[in-house]
Write a protein that binds this ligand. Structure first.
Ligand SMILES: [Zn+2]
Length: 536
């Protein structure tokens, strides 16, 4: 059955504590969601802030949606306003979107306490607002705010609010678990009752405060919802909205419904990660379906079974959602697996017995020193490439120096890097935001003449972990740096008791890897390493 997907990442999602999108970001995300095959994209609340208003103005001129219906969000008219003079309702009409979602009160307690009006007045407000928008040719999605709490407090009244919206012409009645406190059993009981009372499209909008938002949304669909709302990556206020990525995957792969369809489903992972990048938030590795670790296997028993048949430890095939299986390089899975995988791709023959032993020895030694290779695909790839090409050397570092100065305008860092490459000595000085940035720029400057394409890669995340915390500021640290070339991302790692040196080591690995990739395209190596380490 076709289930309509309604994405509210750009509205409810932005109410998440660390989520913030510029108008440009929002336009790009809307385009991506359209490409993914989402049916409705809720762009914001034009009556509440100028940024959302600007979004709709620009969307009307710039967005070319091929499938999705852009939706503006707002509230029913204010109690004291006439509907045709209510600024919020006017802003909705002026936003020019084909669909509008408006929320109204379902809970008698809210009507009396928050709005301070009679229950009858509230029904009138709902009906008038819906009718007004219908008269303006809009598709109306009526969001019944606090529906499940309202139903529990006063079932008849909660149902009356839905009736008011439906008789006025609402196209979708969407039941909202606004506080996110309803458990799945109770939610389905209520949903089934509403389904019995109302024909037409019923929707579900859940929040994750009880950690069951996705389960609630899926259960509602099993009880007759054909319109489901959520946010990509589960962004949203407090504990987030229902994660639309998981909802879509579950509905398509487990229940056989159609949301975006099997073909577009394969772009789910890349869209989820793209949005995380624009939100400037690290993607949760353990995020179901689309996370980096969603199909990662580490334990030895799991690994050997998965290598025989992936269905042994995977609930769906990773490719169905555009993710991929990873086998982690770690103590647990046994280093023999490194060789096993190299062999599978015909690489172990290219490594001499000595080179192979040396590679394993290096991995062992690095892990002992505190390097974490399973989180640092880039460093692992470099190790494999170096083992394959022992003679390949791009440059030697002669010295580097970095200083940070604090002055009235804030702090800035200056780094000087001296290297020796094939064509002689190079030296460069660069200023950056912080020592790592200054060193990165300095080193790239040194290499830019010889390798002009070196600057396509940029740093996206930088993490420092103290390895032996008892030593205080003299403790050894591990620095993990994430890089991207806009197509894929990878990490490199450095360990030292000096945080600058650890960062420098991670930086050197990243630069050497870039040079390897630029000068020596070895598809087989990339494939083998990807099988181990990379997500999409
Ligand atoms: Zn919400």
């Amino acid at each position: 059955m076709k289930i309509f997907t309604f994405d509210t990442t750009l509205r409810d999602g932005t109410q998440g504590e660390s989520v913030s999108f510029s108008v440009d970001d929002k336009l790009i995300i809307a385009q991506k969601l359209d490409e993914l095959g989402i049916d409705y994209i809720e762009g914001g609340w034009p009556g509440s802030n100028p940024k959302d208003k600007e979004f709709f103005t620009r969307a009307a001129q710039e967005l070319k949606l091929s499938h999705a219906r852009l939706t503006a969000f707002g509230s029913t008219r204010f109690a004291k306003n006439r509907v045709d003079q209510d600024r919020n309702v006017q802003a909705l009409v002026e936003s020019g979107t084909p669909a509008i979602s408006i929320f109204g009160k379902s809970w008698d307690f809210h009507v009396k306490r928050a709005l301070g009006i009679t229950l009858e007045e509230n029904l009138k407000i709902i009906a008038e607002t819906v009718r007004y928008l219908k008269d303006h040719g809009k598709e109306v999605i009526y969001d019944a705010e606090h529906f499940f709490d309202g139903y529990t407090a006063n079932r008849d009244y909660a149902l009356n609010t839905l009736e008011a919206a439906r008789s006025a012409g609402a196209d979708v009645l969407c039941l909202c678990d606004t506080n996110g406190g309803t458990l799945t059993g109770r939610l389905t009981e209520i949903f089934a009752d509403v389904r019995n009372q109302f024909d037409g499209v019923l929707g579900i909008h859940t929040h994750n405060d009880s950690d069951v938002a996705v389960a609630n949304a899926v259960a509602a669909v099993e009880h007759g919802a054909t319109h489901v709302q959520g946010c990509m990556n589960g962004y949203g206020e407090r504990c987030g909205n229902a994660n639309l990525c998981s909802i879509i995957a579950n509905l398509e792969l487990k229940l056989g419904h159609t949301t975006v369809g099997p073909e577009k489903l394969t772009s789910l992972t890349s869209v989820a990660r793209f949005i995380a990048e624009l939100a400037n938030l690290p993607m949760r590795n353990d995020q179901p379906f689309v996370g980096h670790s969603a199909f990662a296997h580490k334990g030895g028993v799991h690994v050997s079974a998965v290598l025989k048949d992936s269905a042994t430890y995977e609930h769906v095939t990773p490719e169905a959602v555009g993710n991929r299986q990873r086998v982690l390089v770690s103590d647990l899975s046994g280093r023999g697996n490194v060789l096993y995988k190299l062999k599978q791709h015909g690489l172990s023959d290219r490594l001499s017995e000595d080179a192979r032993r040396e590679l394993l020895e290096r991995i062992k030694q690095m892990e002992y020193l505190g390097y974490e290779l399973e989180a640092a695909e880039g460093t692992f790839e470099l190790l494999v490439r170096e083992a394959l090409h022992p003679g390949l050397k791009f440059f030697d570092v002669e010295s580097y120096e970095v200083a940070t100065r604090m002055s009235g305008q804030g702090s800035h860092s200056v780094a000087t890097v001296n290297i020796r490459a094939q064509d002689g000595a190079h030296s460069a000085t660069a200023t950056g935001h912080g020592p790592m940035n200054a060193l990165d720029l300095g080193l790239r400057k040194c290499l830019s003449q010889l390798y002009p394409r070196i600057s396509d890669v940029r740093l996206t995340d930088y993490k420092v972990r103290v390895l032996d915390s008892k030593k205080g500021t003299a403790a050894k640290v591990r620095v993990l740096v994430e890089w991207t070339d806009h197509r894929k991302s990878w990490s490199t790692v450095g360990v030292s008791d000096n945080v600058i040196e650890a960062s420098w080591n991670a930086l050197l690995d990243a630069i050497k890897l870039e040079l390897m990739r630029l000068t020596e395209h070895d598809v087989t190596v990339e494939k083998a390493v990807e099988d181990y380490c990379w997500g999409v």
